[in-house]
Ligand binder design. Structure first.
Ligand SMILES: [Zn+2]
Length: 466
């Protein structure tokens, strides 16, 4: 009874639905199964946004607050910079940075195959397709730094051929494969470019081959095949040098690639590139919380919020309480108490554009926000803000803006990472009808375990749609 999860990395639900009309294998899945729009996690960026598929968890509390983060506790990242960037050679650190108490699907399903997965903890060496082999990893790296978006489609074709071959010969219980062409092409050319469509054609052909083999082999009837994405995409017209903005307030500031600097006073860690963690008082091994920082740092908060690039400024007060500010829409407080979440507007404020105070379980609050400007933002904000590895100030970018204007090997015409719906919503296509409407990408993990007849771990941020 194999479960196959294909990630069309960076595919937006509207673009995916439109393209699907002309892609026969995907369209057939939709007609026989179901097609949904679900939400990803904050930050909506590859790496953190894979933990829902592979661990059923939101990334912050299990140690992955962003694609880049600053190790205030100095227990995980080494001297001299005490900072992590999963862009490049440190990508392999994700496995050991993650909470060892949170199981991965590979630890639960020994007969797994995975290709281009950023989380591989528990995966048998023989189960690592392409991505962990030196030749393919090297090729991916070279393609990245040469900045050729077409090269990523060649990587996708290689991955596709390899997973089809190995599914046919090895018949594993679980296959996870990421095809990254949609994301790379979107960054380089824009999400509506023909190259993005070419990348989706590869996804369609992969589904067609996997299905054809399963039908010929007589095991399609037992197979679950799901196609999903980890984040959306939206055009960018203005690149803010956020590290430069923070430095211009007079602070000695570190940011990748120059993450080590003596007596640094602030660290700027960008993801996607439409979100960022900003850390201050770097000599404190524990995050002080905004009430302790406000007297000294309110000027920095005001300066950041005044930038047109900053849509939402998040100020974590404690592990389960976070202030949210918008320059145009004022402030609110987001809180968690046990299993209940709440959004409470301050004065006339309504930064998340919900138009009401709301409270309830994670699913109730999700349902109240799924159609709005910031789907699932209440749960995502308080969850990320509660991570001890998160910044003292957390930024979500205004649509059209991002937070890095230098050192990108691929030009960023399109971006992701923020809380806005264009970044947070993703497609979910299933080969059979679901028993209920899925909500989040975390439901994929819970559903995979259910399909394989395995018990769910004690802590899980999603539930099965089967
Ligand atoms: Zn991307």
């Amino acid at each position: 009874m194999p479960v196959i999860v294909l990630v069309a990395d960076g595919a937006r639900p509207d673009a995916f639905a439109g393209a699907m009309e002309g892609l026969p294998a995907l369209r057939r899945l939709r007609d026989e199964g179901s097609f949904h729009t679900v939400s990803s996690v904050f930050p909506s960026v590859t790496g953190p946004a894979y933990t829902p598929f592979l661990m059923g968890r939101f990334p912050g509390p299990i140690g992955l607050p962003g694609l880049r983060w600053y190790d205030r506790a100095r227990t995980t990242c080494g001297w001299p910079d005490h900072a992590r960037s999963y862009v490049g050679y440190e990508m392999g650190r994700i496995n050991s940075d993650l909470d060892p108490g949170a199981p991965t699907i590979f630890e639960r399903v020994p007969r797994s195959l995975a290709a281009m997965s950023v989380v591989t903890r528990g995966l048998a060496r023989s189960g690592a397709v392409g991505g962990l082999s030196p030749r393919s990893a090297l090729r991916a790296t070279l393609t990245h730094f040469r900045g050729r978006a077409e090269g990523w489609l060649d990587v996708d074709r290689e991955v596709s051929a390899e997973i089809v071959r190995r599914m046919r010969t090895e018949r594993p219980d679980f296959l996870f494969a990421a095809l990254t062409g949609v994301d790379k092409a979107s960054h380089a050319r824009g999400h509506d470019d023909a190259l993005v469509h070419d990348a989706l054609v590869i996804v369609d052909e992969t589904v067609a081959r996997l299905r054809g083999d399963a039908e010929r082999g007589g095991w399609w009837g037992d197979t679950h095949l799901w196609v999903v994405s980890d984040h959306g995409h939206a055009p960018v017209h203005a690149h803010e040098d956020l590290a430069g903005v923070v430095a211009s307030t007079g602070l000695r500031t570190v940011a990748h690639p120059w993450s080590a600097r003596p007596s640094a006073e602030a660290a700027v860690m960008v993801s996607g590139n439409a979100m960022a963690h900003v850390y201050v008082e770097l000599d404190h091994r524990q995050r002080p919380g905004w009430p302790q920082l406000e007297a000294r740092w309110s000027g920095l908060a005001d300066a950041l919020l005044a930038r047109p690039s900053v849509d939402l400024l998040l100020l974590p007060h404690s592990i389960d309480r976070c202030e949210v500010r918008s320059a145009a829409r004022g402030g609110a407080m987001v809180e968690r108490s046990g299993a209940r979440f709440s959004y409470c507007r301050v004065g006339n404020g309504d930064p998340l554009d919900i138009r009401a105070d709301i409270a309830g379980t994670a699913d109730e609050v999700y349902d109240a926000t799924r159609g709005g400007t910031y789907p699932d933002a209440v749960v995502q904000i308080v969850t990320l803000a509660g991570s001890s590895r998160s910044g003292d100030l957390i930024l979500s970018a205004t649509p059209g803006h991002d937070f890095r204007d230098r050192y990108e090997p691929i030009p960023h015409r399109s971006a992701h990472g923020a809380l806005h719906r264009e970044h947070m919503l993703v497609p979910l296509l299933t080969s059979r009808p679901t028993m209920r409407t899925p909500r989040r990408t975390t439901d994929v993990f819970a559903s995979a375990l259910a399909a394989l007849g395995l018990p769910a771990p004690a802590v899980l941020d999603g539930s099965s749609f089967l």
